[in-house]
Design a binder for this molecule. Structure first.
Ligand code: AMP
Ligand code: MG
Length: 343
């Protein structure tokens, strides 16, 4: 199939909306990462997303809306806490899981009795939704690979596999939305993102953090969020995380003699390391790290590295989202270093 390249002009967004209303699929920019969109109420169209991405059918999709009133037909219940979160964080990088209504096709909810809803702040995404329908949209990458944060990334993975792509430049946040479920007894964070645990708790009180946010699922455990059980965000290069203080980190990597090895590092590290490096922002600037992470992982492959070592990120604020993505990219391969000085 030939993929139609579209700009973010209204006329082009309208073309994408028409494609979608005829049962096609199109990639759209959002503030988090690029999404691969289909009419959320058309199960056949939604199936095409799974095929284009190679996504397992048991991994449900997020439904994107462009006006709060669109949520009511999609859910069975809209509790007060959902209203508070929507008021505070929508439009923005927060996905709320609620009991689903009967109009949600099984392809979207992967046979769960819940549905994930998000109201993105990106103007192009909002226009596309309002010209078409609520849109089911996972990230517009091949399943398992790093999410696309630029138009070029989408083309790398999806050219020839989807009907159209809208060029909206680079994504601002750079990691996928925060996912919280309000369909559980206690509100539970399933995936960290641009809206932090601290912000959520300030709005609705204490929340639980699913164990799967920072740990691999144990054998036989049921995933609260099916996406958490899959290998994810991985470049072809092997990713290895090093957990320890700066001195221990520099000592470890400066002893590495393997060829084709690079370090994913903070800008403060550059002067201390002798290997090729790919910077992912300043040590404590978690927003910058989130913004750069997926581009850096893709760059490792473009530059032909076989392995990349990375300093373990902090688990605070948006840093928790960076940690969550990078430990999955590394397949939970973490080397604990002696000494935690200067951490
Ligand atoms: P993606 O759109 O690729 O960023 O993935 C969406 C994430 O939300 C995946 O981890 C899904 O498993 C998760 N998700 C979507 N819908 C639900 C749901 N109804 N219940 C639990 N997790 C969900
Ligand atoms: Mg994804």
């Amino acid at each position: 199939m030939k993929t139609l390249i579209l700009s973010s002009d209204d006329e082009d967004i309208k073309k994408a909306a028409e494609i979608i209303m005829h049962g096609g699929i199109a990639a759209m920019p959002t503030e988090t990462v690029y999404g691969l969109a289909a009419d959320a109420l058309n199960g056949n169209a939604v199936r095409k997303i799974f095929k284009a991405k190679g996504r397992p059918m048991d991994n449900p999709l997020i439904v994107h809306i462009s006006d709060i009133s669109q949520i009511y037909p999609l859910v069975r219940d809209f509790p007060e806490k959902a209203a508070i979160l929507a008021e505070k964080f929508w439009p923005g990088p927060l996905t709320i899981i609620l009991p689903k209504s009967d109009i949600i096709p099984v392809e979207v909810s992967a046979e769960l009795n819940t549905v994930a809803i998000r109201f993105p702040s990106h103007k192009t995404a909002q226009k596309l939704i309002s010209m078409s329908s609520p849109l089911a949209a996972p990230s517009a990458n091949l399943s398992g690979s790093p999410s696309p944060t630029s138009f070029r990334h989408v083309l790398e993975d999806m050219n020839g596999r989807i009907d159209a792509v809208i060029d909206g430049g680079d994504c601002e946040v750079g990691v996928e939305s925060t996912v919280i479920t309000l369909a559980a007894e206690i509100p539970t964070l399933l995936r960290p993102g641009g809206i932090t645990v601290e912000q959520l708790e300030a709005a609705i009180g204490e929340i639980q953090i699913s164990d799967a946010v920072t740990n691999p699922l144990a054998e036989g455990d049921k995933a609260e969020s099916p996406g958490m059980k899959y290998r994810h965000y991985s470049p072809k290069a092997k990713v290895i995380l090093l957990d320890g203080g700066n001195d221990a980190f520099y000592r470890y990597i400066n002893k590495i003699t393997d060829k084709d090895t690079a370090v994913l590092c903070y800008s403060e590290d550059i002067e201390h390391i002798n290997l090729p490096y790919i910077p992912i922002g300043k040590r404590y600037d978690y927003d910058e790290q989130a913004h750069l992470l997926f581009t850096a992982l893709r760059k490792a492959d473009e530059m032909g590295f076989a392995a990349v070592y990375a300093h373990c990120p902090e688990k605070k604020g948006v840093g928790l989202a960076v940690y969550n993505r990078i430990i999955r990219a590394a397949g939970f391969n973490i080397i604990r270093l002696e000494g935690t000085e200067n951490k």
